[in-house]
Design a protein around this ligand. Structure first.
Ligand code: NAD
Ligand code: GLY
Length: 369
């Protein structure tokens, strides 16, 4: 595949395009096309903003000089995905005098994207959000599909809304400044698409993992596009997670419990970031599936090996209590009537939602670490 821009269309009631390619953040016409009104709030974090915000702002204003652009910056890291910063974004929209045709531009990783999307969902009951993902994880997952949220102490993403973006513009050139740890976190979500429903893609990832880890443009572009195609197909059919969209949460119930128990990652602490927690969570889900007789243990080994080869953790970090993790899992959004509902698998490429999972079996997997 060449590194030229490509477009993945997301259909459904509120269709939009995902643009993928190098240099797109400098394409003022493309950015401006996604904005219908006069007011723009550029939301970013204090790592991404010094790198890319001025360029986006300049490109946008050159293409549409009449725009009123305000900025709202948060400290980088999961610990910023809070109700406090949500209120900050809302106050910034109010100070801008943003009307219903306003647009929130989310320039950053999934933390910025989820927070910006939630602010856009709530301001005047909903204004446009355009996602400008700058992490691999955000390009392949969080910028697509319209899930927006903030975390609270009791759990990840417990306060939020479904609010599809107006457009997603993924400039793959920005991945060159992404730290290797964050690139690896994105690979976890990419492996997830193979693990949950595409054995062939999983095998391609096994073959291409060194190229991906080395930041090879063509391999990354192919992995991003394939992941977006998978996500687009699922959210198009099930935008509000009434059914199959839950499969996209393979590993997430375990992973979110780890993130919540650790108190969320931030630059400067060693807590797992989201992608790392999902990697551990997928292995735990595979181990539980094997323990329940749903899948062969050899598939767990294959998954673990690929994740490890991508430099990702595959076991629960030391010091986390199994009972406390189970308590966090009970507050997962997929649960129904107080029963654990988990995404498990029958092997690579065959995930399924399992209602009413035996808590004793889950606890045993958690105890083994
Ligand atoms: P993140 O937003 O915290 O970004 C990771 C780090 O990379 C941050 O420190 C950021 O400042 C830095 N960074 C971002 N782009 C950079 C670049 N180009 N160069 C240098 N540094 C850069 O984390 P993330 O992994 O992108 O997103 C994780 C979040 O996404 C979690 O909150 C998770 O819950 C959410 N998420 C949401 C969905 C969804 O469907 N809405 C899906 C998956 C994950
Ligand atoms: N990342 C899970 C979803 O979008 O549904």
């Amino acid at each position: 595949m060449s590194a030229s821009p490509r477009v993945v269309a997301v259909g459904g009631v509120q269709p939009y395009d995902i643009h993928i390619g190098p240099g797109l953040l400098g394409d003022g016409e493309l950015l401006a096309r996604a904005i219908s009104g006069r007011h723009v709030l550029l939301l970013s974090d204090d790592t991404v903003a010094p790198l890319y915000l001025a360029g986006v702002r300049a490109a946008l204003l050159q293409a549409k000089p009449g725009l009123q652009v305000a900025e709202f910056l948060i400290p980088a890291g999961e610990a910023s995905k809070t109700l406090h910063n949500f209120a900050g974004a809302i106050n910034a929209l109010a100070a801008l005098g943003a009307t219903r045709d306003a647009c929130v531009l989310a320039l950053g990783g999934g933390v910025v994207g989820d927070l910006a999307g939630f602010a856009a969902a709530c301001w005047m009951r909903g204004v446009d959000c355009v996602q400008l993902p700058t992490t691999l994880l955000a390009m392949v997952d969080s910028s697509v599909g319209g899930k927006t949220a903030v975390d609270i102490a009791q759990g990840k993403n417990l306060v939020g809304a479904f609010h599809p973006p107006r457009a997603v513009i993924a400039d793959t050139a920005v991945l060159r400044t992404l730290p290797l740890r964050e690139l690896r976190a994105g690979l976890a979500e990419i492996v997830k698409y193979g693990a949950l429903g595409d054995r062939q893609f999983f095998q391609w990832l096994q073959a291409e993992r060194d190229a991906l880890l080395a930041g090879d443009d063509a391999a990354l572009a192919r992995a991003i596009a394939r992941s977006c195609e998978h996500k687009a197909a699922i959210v198009e059919r099930d935008p509000l997670e009434k059914g199959e969209r839950a499969l996209l949460n393979l590993g997430h119930t375990f992973g979110h419990a780890i993130e919540t128990a650790q108190g969320y990652g931030a630059p400067g602490n060693d807590n797992l970031n989201h992608g790392e927690a999902v990697a551990v969570g997928m292995v735990l889900a595979a181990r539980l599936s094997a323990a329940l007789g749903m899948a062969a243990a050899a598939d767990t080994d294959t998954l673990r090996e690929l994740l490890q080869a991508c430099g990702l953790p595959v076991a629960i970090p030391p010091g986390l209590d199994a009972g406390a993790l189970l308590a966090h899992m009970r507050l997962d959004k997929k649960n129904i009537a107080g029963r654990l509902r988990l995404v498990l698998w029958r092997g690579i490429g065959r995930a399924e939602v399992v209602p009413d999972v035996d808590e004793a079996a889950v606890l045993e997997v958690l105890r083994q670490g």
